[in-house]
Write a protein of this length. Structure first.
Length: 395
């Protein structure tokens, strides 16, 4: 299995490089928005426009006086922007995403993607098109030996930090030796994860730890006059740095957790939670967002695929907390404030540990019986693990 992996590094551009990249970001955003407007207009006429047509339009735009500045930057990032737009429409027509939106100068991510024809990588030095000097990259970890980058994506976050992400084939990613262990995971807020083994992993609550600093930065930003004034830009960047600190710490913690779980277990069972709907709860939205359950699942799934592990997501409606893991008795109600309870069989349960054990049990049923991992209403032809029934054989 050949795994393509992106390695992201921070770099410090010179003033000339920063100016060139800023121009490139602006041109990429302009081309994307122009192409989206053209395709939207065609969509209103019930016509479809593909990448080749927008590419021809880009050539025509460059010949006009109004958009002649598009010739000042590398053409590759502009073409890649059209390809990204094509992919966005592909996901839209496949009902996997909403209709593409226009890029905003202030809110959208600043990035530009370069393919092999637009950069040179020699002796650990990366030089982009239209630049005389290589980027001053901090190689915080080495690339795989003999790696040849296929793309290089340059970006700048809201905190003003510059990053370059190089995509390479990583031969070091190989399936791990088989293991006989399996674990069920119940996610929560008091404890980020509760494992079926009884282990509980504390929720770091990164956003809560920096909430005072964040509130101060937001108050200072709110006092600045709206517009593009220097003071407001400084205040906005100060707020973005606090957000970046929170996100970096959260991501680092999740990477460590998911790597450990994938290395130690052959099968990992989780719940198929609708996090997007759960954050609509006004009283819990902030805590749920800080827990980053969706990001945890995403990391777990791609790492399991890399290393030959299995991740099973069971039906979100499975009553894991109300079901006794010892005798199978199902209680009618289980309010959130009840953290321990005693079943009629005499077994005293910790709510979260009991839920994790039930999640593991039904997940193994999915693996053995072939039950669907999602509710039947969204997976045609499949059955939810909670609704799995033995097949009747004809006499």
């Amino acid at each position: 299995m050949h795994v393509k992996r992106a390695f992201k590094y921070r770099f410090y551009p010179t003033d000339a490089q920063a100016a060139e990249l800023s121009r490139t970001f602006g041109c990429v955003r302009k081309v994307y928005n122009l192409a989206l407007a053209a395709r939207t207009e065609a969509w209103t006429r019930q016509e479809r426009m593909n990448y080749n047509q927008t590419s021809a339009m880009l050539t025509a735009w460059k010949k006009t006086e109004e958009l002649a500045y598009l010739n000042d930057v590398s053409s590759v990032p502009l073409q890649q922007a059209l390809r990204h737009l094509q992919m966005a429409f592909t996901h839209f027509f496949g009902k996997r995403a909403k209709y593409p939106r226009f890029k905003s100068r202030k809110k959208s991510r600043k990035s530009a993607e370069y393919t092999t024809s637009a950069f040179r990588f020699r002796d650990g030095r990366l030089t982009l098109a239209k630049m005389a000097e290589p980027l001053d990259i901090v190689w915080s970890r080495p690339l795989p030996e003999g790696a040849a980058p296929s793309t290089a994506t340059v970006s700048q976050d809201a905190a003003g930090r510059w990053y370059v992400s190089v995509l390479v084939e990583d031969p070091t990613v190989q399936p791990l030796p088989g293991a006989e262990t399996a674990v069920g995971i119940d996610v929560g807020l008091d404890h980020l994860l509760t494992l079926s083994t009884g282990e509980k992993i504390t929720n770091p609550r990164h956003e809560r730890r920096d909430r005072t600093r964040l509130a101060l930065a937001q108050r200072q930003l709110a006092r600045k006059a709206k517009g593009d004034g220097a003071n407001r830009v400084k205040a906005r960047r100060k707020t973005a740095k606090v957000y970046a600190r929170i996100a970096d710490r959260r991501r680092d913690h999740l990477h460590k957790l998911t790597t450990r779980l994938v290395r130690e277990n052959q099968t990992i069972v989780i719940e198929d939670l609708a996090v997007r709907n759960m954050v609509k709860n006004g009283s819990l939205a902030r805590a749920i967002s800080d827990a980053a359950w969706a990001e945890f699942r995403s990391m777990l799934e791609y790492k399991a695929q890399w290393y030959g592990r299995e991740v099973i997501a069971i039906d979100r409606w499975f009553p894991s907390s109300r079901l006794c893991s010892a005798c199978g008795t199902l209680r009618d109600k289980m309010p959130l404030h009840v953290r321990t309870w005693t079943c009629d069989c005499g077994t005293t349960h910790d709510r979260d540990v009991n839920a994790a054990k039930n999640i593991l049990a039904v997940g193994l049923t999915v693996s053995v019986c072939g039950a669907g991992v999602r509710p039947q209403r969204s997976t045609p032809g499949g059955q939810s693990a909670t609704k799995q029934k033995p097949l009747r054989r004809k006499p």
